[in-house]
Design a binder for this molecule. Structure first.
Ligand SMILES: *[C@@H]1O[C@H](CO)[C@@H](O)[C@H](O)[C@H]1NC(C)=O
Length: 242
């Protein structure tokens, strides 16, 4: 009995030590298409629906494409430094980025509401920042994410993919990114009134322990949520006023 517990305790310790600092391989930059979130029945986006992609987040993920779960001092000590957990000073530290965050990384429901924006950024920090390569440096995490976001904010720039009423075949959307950037993205969808809609385009980057991530790679999992295959029909819904 005692021996069993000892072994279990040693294994638990080893697994979080291994989890600490080592085992994620890539970052996923998630770009969101607000019109596809705001057209659900009885869902209202204020003061109007944004007509540009916005940043959702930069997520550490394992080589198999699973997102690293949030930091938890008991069950998921993903870092060997002490992460910033006090969220109010956190937001003083990212003040120099605030204009860019408001512009490229707002909450999509009410993008001028600063309370909602700050809550969104805190949420992203708790979910993904604390297990990134910058657990003790929110400024670096947000700066890294926002610079990648700005660079790729219009993922279909220069491609034939534009919002339209006629659905696309999922593979065409994915191939357009592959042609433009040389890598396959992950496409995420929702479903509204029986229509599968593109909600997010996600780009994957190699983790680099010395430098901030910048090298694109294929995303290990190509589709998420309501789309699952290259043959799916997906609407890239146009922006409607309201
Ligand atoms: C911002 O959103 C919060 C939370 O929903 C709400 O309580 C507050 O009234 C909103 N502020 C403005 C100025 O609309």
């Amino acid at each position: 009995m005692h021996r069993y517990f000892l072994v279990a305790a040693v294994l638990a310790t080893v697994s979080w030590l291994v989890a600490g600092e080592t085992n994620f391989a890539t970052y996923k930059l998630s770009l969101r298409w607000p019109p596809a979130h705001c057209d659900a029945p009885s869902f209202e986006c204020k003061p109007h629906v944004l007509n540009t992609f916005t940043i959702h987040g930069l997520w550490p993920q394992f080589a198999d494409g699973k997102v690293v779960p949030p930091y938890d001092p008991d069950t998921n000590r993903c870092t060997d430094v002490i992460p910033v957990t006090d969220l109010d000073p956190l937001f003083r530290r990212i003040t120099p980025l605030i204009e860019e965050l408001r512009k490229y990384w707002p909450n999509y429901k009410d993008y001028q509401n600063e309370t909602l924006n700050v809550n969104f950024w805190k949420h992203v920090w708790k979910l993904h920042g604390m297990c990134s390569d910058y657990p003790d440096n929110p400024f670096s995490y947000f700066r890294t994410a926002v610079s990648l976001g700005i660079k790729y904010i219009d993922p279909f720039k220069g491609t034939r993919i534009t919002p339209r009423l006629v659905p696309y075949i999922a593979k065409d959307i994915s191939d357009a990114i592959k042609e433009r950037l040389g890598v396959y993205p992950q496409i995420a969808c929702n479903e509204v009134g029986g229509t599968v809609q593109l909600t997010e385009v996600r780009l994957c980057f190699k983790r680099d322990r010395e430098n901030s991530p910048s090298i694109l790679q294929d995303c290990p999992i190509r589709y998420a949520y309501k789309c699952s295959d290259g043959t799916d029909e997906i609407s890239f819904v146009p922006h409607l006023i309201g």
